[in-house]
Design a protein around this ligand. Structure first.
Ligand code: DLL
Length: 435
């Protein structure tokens, strides 16, 4: 028996959803135009006023927003309500010079938590459940989002945050967690740690897991389901659109229903910006239909995926997105943290190293590994091993400050990193995250 958190809206007819979207869009465009000078300017450059946007069919007239706009407008430039009306700030997991900060009114927090509550219920959650939230708490949206959703459903919430696997396992066993929420790589690691301690999958009370924030494959799903003895559900979202819960998987486990009453989704050609017909593979673009404080219109996620309107056996009518199949920029997600290769290059140059480097990402014991190979200028070469070790440690520490995660640095002699005749191959990703 399928349970819904908000059945009426989650199974609404296509016509009803469109009616809601059109009405909300008209109101939202007016709100943004009147309160966000940054976006009003973009609209004026295109000769647009809110009257030009009557329905979602007109949305393609509106300008896009991208991460670059968010950095330009940092920190308050896209805020659409007085700061006094905001009750929360969250931020992206990446740590570039200027991080993306998102603002929330109380209504925004409620809406976000409702989206997460829908995800928990779709994974079989009820007020009988004990939900172990092992996403990071703090500025990252994973912990706060699922925590709030769990409260809304009325589950008993265990706010573990990520890490400290020993304690995760102890609480899971002693307090009978039935649902776990964390990144898929951490779920796989917990599964492995349980086996190492002699536990069998049937020894825990878990029935489901809600995993997202980074790419993961079907193979990884099977692995986690087996090692923990659960059903593993995908959840998607990004800080810019609230956080997790923009889309979530149901019992069919064949893609994630987008909460279409709150987010209007488009698929565009990442090169031309042209809107692609239904079923095409392209970049996902979201318009937040209800958000008050940080209402992004036509935000380019850079995530590549396909939307599908095929009837779902769960009864939900909201459009489904496939697992993201890659990105249209070079952002990497390493141990759940968003990393751009350009950040690594900046640190190297700041620390006086050459721009000849290679980044190698792998996965060991279900945890991402990051190795950076850097050529050392002959003038800095030393024959003392201790000197080299000091240099490597210094560079690793500078990287940790910039990226938020610590890499293993390998200093190598000049001209040992393969040169390319075309674009330099800076990143070797051995994780095989996409099918
Ligand atoms: O990762 C929000 C989140 C938290 C989602 C917990 C799900 C669970 P950001 O740190 O802003 O927010 O990173 C957003 O992560 O654009 C995708 O590239 C990637 N991403 C998020 N969910 C998935 C997923 C959170 N299920 C960026 N599969 C997004 C693949 C995902 N990639």
């Amino acid at each position: 028996m399928t349970n819904y958190y908000q059945k009426e809206i989650e199974t609404a007819s296509r016509e009803e959803i469109l009616r809601i979207q059109n009405e909300k869009l008209r109101k939202q465009v007016k709100h943004v135009y009147e309160n966000v000078p940054y976006y009003r300017n973009l609209m004026e450059e295109k000769g647009l006023t809110p009257d030009d946007i009557q329905s979602v069919d007109d949305i393609r007239k509106l300008p896009f927003l991208s991460k670059a706009d968010l950095r330009d407008a940092y920190p308050y430039g896209l805020l659409a309500v007085p700061l006094n009306d905001c009750v929360r700030i969250q931020s992206t997991s990446g740590t570039t010079g200027k991080r993306v900060v998102a603002f929330y009114t109380q209504d925004d927090v409620d809406l976000w938590e409702e989206c997460c509550a829908r995800a928990i219920v779709a994974a079989g959650g009820t007020e009988e459940d004990v939900v172990q939230v092992a996403y990071g708490y703090g500025l990252f949206t994973g912990g706060a989002g699922l925590h709030g959703g769990s409260h809304k459903v009325g589950c008993l919430t265990l706010p573990m945050s990520s890490g400290n696997t020993e304690r995760q396992i102890q609480f899971m066993m002693d307090l009978n967690s039935t649902i776990i929420c964390c990144t898929p790589s951490y779920a796989a690691f917990i599964g492995e740690s349980l086996a190492e301690r002699g536990y069998k999958p049937e020894d825990n009370k878990l029935k489901a897991g809600i995993f997202g924030a980074e790419p993961w494959t079907e193979e990884m799903r099977q692995n986690i389901q087996k090692s923990l003895g659960i059903k593993a559900y995908d959840i998607y979202g990004l800080t810019e659109t609230s956080g997790p819960g923009v889309a979530f998987e149901c019992e069919e486990q064949t893609g994630m229903h987008i909460n279409e009453d709150h987010f209007y989704a488009e698929i565009i050609d990442p090169d031309t910006g042209e809107v692609l017909p239904e079923g095409s593979k392209g970049e996902l673009v979201f318009t937040a239909l209800d958000k008050e404080a940080f209402p992004l219109l036509r935000y380019r996620t850079r995530d590549i995926c396909v939307l599908s309107r095929e009837k779902c056996s769960c009864g939900r009518t909201h459009v489904k997105m496939s697992k993201p199949m890659g990105r249209s920029d070079d952002m990497l997600i390493i141990r759940g943290v968003n990393v751009f290769p350009s950040q690594i290059e900046t640190v190297l140059l700041n620390e006086g190293y050459t721009p000849n480097y290679q980044i190698e990402i792998g996965r060991k014991n279900n945890t991402d590994t990051l190795d950076i190979y850097v050529e050392v200028d002959p003038s800095r070469i030393s024959d003392k091993i201790a000197d080299i070790q000091d240099m490597e440690a210094g560079l690793a520490s500078a990287m940790r400050t910039m990226l938020g995660i610590g890499p293993k640095i390998h200093l190598v002699p000049p001209k040992t990193i393969a040169r390319s005749e075309g674009k330099a191959v800076r990143v070797i990703d051995n994780r095989k995250l996409h099918d």
